[in-house]
Design a protein around this ligand. Structure first.
Ligand code: ADP
Ligand code: MG
Length: 241
């Protein structure tokens, strides 16, 4: 679904964390938000998710103004770096969690979740580990479960805030491959926050570079690297090798 952000702003005290940001994200695309720490990436993502309320501006999802809608009414799945799996639930139960909530809200039966959970276990290739607890998995496996959990509710939009941030370089690289595969198979509009230029370069259809709460440049990975719009973008992305 198309996401449109119009002149969106969010202040904390006198500090403008997100400063008149406008963006359009086309259906099925993966957009990476790239920028130094403190540039407003997470705040922008939280605004889109409905976890923060904007001071000004609008958010439209599939043409609908959702600026004042609740998190639940936006049809969004998310994976945040500090949004851990439930320790006391197995892999299967973790993946089913959001679905069960949805079933409860919509008065549906459980059968639907069972089949869906197995399908997702297949997708992340953890069929044999469905009855394990998170502590019995590697970091990379845990993040695959987190992705499956986010996808379980068949969100129209997936928001990922540095989902691989806490992992080492090798595992991150593997997971990038995973995310790429998931994104191609599930074809869900995705915003990925990262400060890792390689990750953005490899995964994104489009990169949004943020600086001090503002959008510094939007473009395809090639455009950003071949024609950086400012010294900031250039210093931030560094030399391509
Ligand atoms: P990024 O994700 O790019 O590192 P953030 O969006 O997390 O940046 O933060 C942007 C700025 O807003 C930072 O200076 C941060 O300290 C500030 N900020 C974020 N959330 C809050 C909050 N809830 N209260 C006060 N300041 C905040
Ligand atoms: Mg952040």
């Amino acid at each position: 679904m198309t996401i449109v952000v119009e002149n969106l702003s969010k202040q904390f005290g006198n500090f403008k964390a997100v400063d008149q940001v406008s963006l359009e994200i086309k259906p099925g695309k993966l957009v990476a938000l790239l920028g130094a720490s403190g540039s407003g990436k997470s705040t922008l993502l939280r605004l889109v998710a409905g976890l923060e309320q904007a001071d000004a501006g609008r958010i439209l999802i599939a043409g609908q103004d959702v600026t004042f809608k609740s998190v639940q009414d936006r049809g969004i799945g998310f994976v945040f770096q500090h949004y851990a799996l439930f320790k006391h639930l197995t892999v299967r139960e973790n993946i089913a969690f959001g679905l069960e909530l949805q079933n409860l809200q919509q008065g549906r039966k459980k059968g639907r979740s069972k089949a869906k959970v197995e399908e997702l276990l297949d997708l992340i290739q953890l069929q044999g580990l469905g009855n394990r607890y998170p502590s019995q998995l590697s970091g990379g496996q845990r993040q695959r479960v987190a992705l499956a959990r986010a996808l379980a509710i068949e969100p129209s939009i997936l928001l990922l805030d540095e989902p691989f941030g806490a992992l080492d370089a090798k595992v991150r690289k593997d997971l990038r491959g995973w995310l790429h595969r998931l994104h191609t198979e599930v074809n869900v509009t995705t915003i990925l926050v990262t400060h890792d230029q390689e990750e953005a370069m490899e995964l994104a259809d489009e990169i949004v570079v943020m600086n001090n709460g503002k959008v510094e440049q939007v473009g395809s990975p090639t455009e950003i690297y071949d024609q950086p719009a400012s010294a900031f973008v250039m210093s931030f992305i560094g030399p391509v090798n």
